[in-house]
Design a protein around this ligand. Structure first.
Ligand code: NAP
Length: 282
């Protein structure tokens, strides 16, 4: 009997902007794997999410990535959950195997890999400043702690959310209007807010206060070089961009569902940068 193509995809709302189909298609093409990776828009409720997952399992999907607003729904829907997904309280990966649905969180490992590739090793003495306290901030905090950071400060516009994250992970908080004051002391700075993203307000930071050797990361990837990263690069700071995290978080899903090599390299990066530039010109 002829082997059927492997099916996987990304679930979100909105989802049309996702670069994940491009990443998975590039890896499948390289590995000569017959498969499709499809963006699927699913309305925001848990019931709609569960209905869509039931349908995808029936038609034989191997798994899906999950993005806003369904990462918590994915955890609730799954039968089994990895430790990182449980700790994060969110999953960006569901793998369907027989009657089981397994939830995992590769955003955490994605940031870890991107950080390790770009920056020096994290020391226990390092002071990290994380801007934002949304879903991505949780994954970044877990990644920084896994990398060895013990002194993490969170600043977020909605202070209750910063306080909740700080309590859950043993962090300190800084008032959002005063985050420039804390820039000077930070060895690691990570923007996890959507500020600076195309169509969103800018991230107003006094970048001249950033220490010369601080590692500066921004998980926003459209535009690729945010104003924060531009300023940090111009000052000679090591930087980590959102595209690096995006590519690394995609790799575990490709390996699990398509069973091929998922190499994060310059050729893949160039393809994604080309697509981002094409979109900017539209
Ligand atoms: P989220 O849960 O909606 O959180 C958004 C965060 O941005 C919150 O901290 C929010 O603060 C803050 N924010 C939004 N508008 C703001 C404003 N006008 N002023 C101050 N703060 C503002 O979203 P998320 O899932 O964490 O994603 C955040 C960003 O990370 C997005 O740009 C997303 O594309 C990116 N991301 C990238 C990757 C990657 O692989 N590179 C992975 C995941 C996410 P409040 O709490 O006060 O609302």
């Amino acid at each position: 009997m002829k082997k059927k193509p492997i099916l996987a995809g990304v679930i979100g709302s909105p989802v049309a902007h996702s670069l994940s189909p491009l990443i998975h298609t590039a890896w499948a093409y390289r590995a000569k794997i017959d498969g499709y990776y499809i963006p699927i828009e699913v309305p925001p409720s848990f019931d709609e999410f569960a209905r869509a997952m039931d349908a995808l399992r029936t038609v034989g999907f191997a798994g899906v990535n999950v993005t806003i607003p369904h990462k918590e729904h994915a955890l609730r829907y799954a039968d089994k959950t990895s430790d990182p997904a449980s700790i994060a309280g969110a999953a960006n990966m569901l793998t369907f195997a027989g009657d089981d649905c397994y939830a995992d969180n590769s955003d955490i490992g994605g940031f870890e890999e991107a950080f390790k590739a770009a920056g020096p090793a994290v020391s226990v003495e390092d002071r990290a400043l994380v801007l934002g306290a949304g879903g991505a901030a949780r994954a970044i905090v877990i990644a920084l702690q896994t990398l060895g950071a013990q002194n993490i400060m969170i600043a977020n516009r909605t202070e209750e959310k910063a306080a909740a994250l700080a309590e859950a992970f043993g962090l300190k908080t800084a008032p959002w209007p005063e985050c420039n004051t804390f820039l000077e002391a930070a060895d690691i700075i990570v923007n996890t807010t959507s500020l600076g993203m195309t169509g969103q307000p800018p991230l107003e930071l006094e970048t001249s206060k950033i220490k010369p050797d601080a590692v500066v990361a921004d998980i926003v990837y459209a535009p690729l070089e945010t104003r924060l990263l531009q300023a940090a690069s111009a000052q000679g700071n090591p930087t980590v961009d959102g595209l690096a995290m995006l590519m690394h978080q995609a790799a575990p899903g490709f390996r699990a569902w398509f069973g091929g090599e998922a190499r994060v390299d310059q050729a893949l990066r160039a393809e994604l940068v080309g697509e981002l530039k094409r979109r900017e010109q539209q």
